[in-house]
Design a protein. Structure first.
Length: 219
């Protein structure tokens, strides 16, 4: 397959496997999505979805959130990890939303990335999933699979995002990034990877990756 055929194979396979792409993080509006995405850093969606109801019961909007102290927020979200940084970010961004954005989550990458603890990936998730603006948030699953599939060189998240945006049609970015995440979790995880079940890597994968997998398998 040439690269164009590989890209189409990825699109067709993922659409067949995941025709529906529910957003993994539970939320009810852009603000609760923003907080959930921030909390998901180096954690799992499942764990975040257990903790966010506890936090949102106390504060599900920036005005209520700033009534809590950073320490109170930290105690609630401690199970998701990195709670000192995340609690300061949640409090700080809530304060800025009130002071600069009338309590609303801004709908631009620039304004989102100016908020405490909000990086490009978090901003991309919010733009895509809350506001339906084309974006391609790259997490560890997408970074890993784009390399395994020989569609990016794996040198950096920024390069992977650039390659994904160049290769895939803009109109499917928002759905496709979720499909790749779902696929990575089910068929091509970082640990416990079974290449025999990995449909896409078997068809279009990087030869060095497959060779390394087979080498480890023989040991």
């Amino acid at each position: 397959m040439n690269k164009t055929e590989k890209v189409q194979f990825v699109i067709d396979t993922l659409e067949r496997l995941y025709p529906e792409t529910p957003i993994p993080l539970d939320h009810k509006d852009p603000y609760t999505l923003l907080i959930a995405v921030l909390m998901s850093a180096q954690s799992t969606d499942e764990r975040v979805n257990i903790i966010t109801p506890l936090l949102f019961e106390r504060a599900d909007n920036p005005y209520d959130m700033v009534q809590l102290s950073v320490e109170e927020i930290r105690e609630i979200i401690k199970p998701v990890g990195l709670s000192p940084m995340k609690s300061k970010g949640i409090y700080g961004l809530s304060k800025i939303l009130i002071e600069k954005h009338n309590g609303e989550v801004p709908q631009s990458f620039e304004d989102l990335e100016a908020l405490p603890a909000v990086g490009h990936k978090t901003a991309s998730v919010v733009m895509a999933q809350a506001f339906n603006v084309p974006a391609f948030p790259v997490d560890t699953h997408i970074h890993r699979l784009m390399y395994r599939w020989n569609l990016s060189n794996g040198k950096s998240i920024a390069q992977t995002e650039k390659d994904a945006k160049r290769l895939f049609p803009k109109e499917i970015w928002n759905k496709l990034h979720l499909q790749i995440i779902f696929y990575g979790r089910e068929y091509s995880p970082a640990r416990g990877w079974n290449l025999d079940n990995d449909i896409i890597t078997n068809a279009i994968g990087r030869k060095t990756v497959i060779a390394e997998y087979n080498k480890k398998k023989k040991k």
